[in-house]
Ligand binder design. Sequence first.
Ligand code: ATP
Ligand code: MG
Length: 382
Amino acid sequence: MYDAVLVKYGELSLKGENKSYFEKKLAENIKRLFKKNKIKHEKITRYRSYLIIDIKEDEEKIRNILISIFGIANFSFAYSCEKDIEKIKKIVLKNNSFYKKSTSFKVDASRQDKSFKQNSMEIGRIVGETIHEKYKIKGDMKTPEKTVYIDIADKAYVYFEKIQGLDNLPTGCGGKVICLMSGGIDSPVASMLAMKRGYYVVYLHFYQGKTKKEAKKILDILKILNKYEGSCKLYLVPFSLFQTAMANVFPNHEMILFRRYMLRVANIIAEKEEAKAVIFGDNLGQVASQTMDNIVALEHEIKSLPIIRPLSCFSKQEIIDLAKKIGTYELSIKPYKDCCSIVSKHPSTRPNIEKILRFEKENKIEKLVEKTIKEIEEIIIN
Ligand code: ATP
Ligand code: MG
C-alpha cells in the first residue's frame, strides 16, 4: 500500500525568497482540508522542492482533496523505502499489473539528496535493466508507454503516476478579500478566480425578503466553493434597509446607488476582517449597469480598498464554462430574487455623478450604512 504522497509545486516554486511562506500556507491548507474530511495522516514534511505527506489509507479521499487545492502542480501516491538501490528495485518490480500489456517504459529518477551513491542517470539505468529482465519490455526514453518515477529525498520514493493539480498559488497566501456575492452565475466564478490567485475569500451578500432563510441558495453555492477553502465566512445583510430608504425615488439610478451602498458596506466589513480588496463579479459591458461610465461612477468619492473584477474581460460563455467546471452553474441558474433585479429595470448606462452625490447627501447615506452594519449577521460555513 502507498504510504506517502509527494506534492510538487508549479508556479510556487518560482517564488524565490518568499517560497517558504508559500509552502507553509500550502501545508496549512492541506492540513485544514484533511482535518475537515477526517483523514488520518502522520505529518507533512517540506523537502526541497516538495511536500511529503505520510499517509495510511483513504487514497481516494486524499486524491479528491488534493485535486482542488491551489498551488499544487501535481501529486503522486508513492511507496517509500530506505535509500538503498536494492530496496528500490524490489519495490519497482512488485507492481506486476503496471507492466502488464505494456511494450515500453522509462525510469524517471531524480536525486534530490546528492549524497546518494548513484546519480539520476545511474539509478535509471540500474533499475531499468531489472525491469527489462523481469518483464521483458523495452526501455524507451522518448515515447514510453509507462513511466516509473524514483525520487531520492529524505527516503527513497517510487511512484507510477503524476496526478495533475490546479497549480496557481495557495489560497490565503495573499491575505483576505471581500467578495460581493449575488445569486448569479458570475460572482461565484469571480471568487474562485481570487482564491486561485492566493486570496482567502470572505463573502458578503445582500438578501431580498424577510428573513435570512431567503439566502439558502447562497449557502448552497458557498458549500461548493468550500472545496477550495475548507470553510468560509458569509456576511448577510437585509436588502430591505436600502429598499425602504432609497429605491424607487431616483429613476434609473437605483442600481448605481445600490452598488455604491454595497461598496461602502463591503469596505467596513473589509476593515473588520483586515481584508485587502473588494471583489465584484462585474463584467465589462455585459449588462447596462456594467458600462465603463457606471464603473467610474461606482467608486466616485468613495474611500475604498482596491476593487478587483476578475471577470471584467471574460465573455459570458467563458464564465459559464468555468461555472460548470467548478460546479456552481446549476445552482446559479435556479430562480432567485436578487436585489439587483428589483432595484432597477432600466439602469442608466451613463449615470449622472453630480446628482448621485447630491442625492446620497440629502438622503444621509452614511447614516444608512451605519444602521446597516448593526443588522449584519455572520455565518460560518463548514
Ligand atoms: P452575477 O452573475 O454575479 O449576479 P451579474 O452579471 O448578474 O453578476 P449584477 O447582478 O449586476 O451582475 O451584479 C454585479 C455584481 O454586483 C455581482 O457580480 C456581485 O459581485 C455584486 N452583487 C450583485 N448583487 C449582489 C447582492 N445581492 N449581494 C452582494 N453582491 C451583489
Ligand atoms: Mg446578478
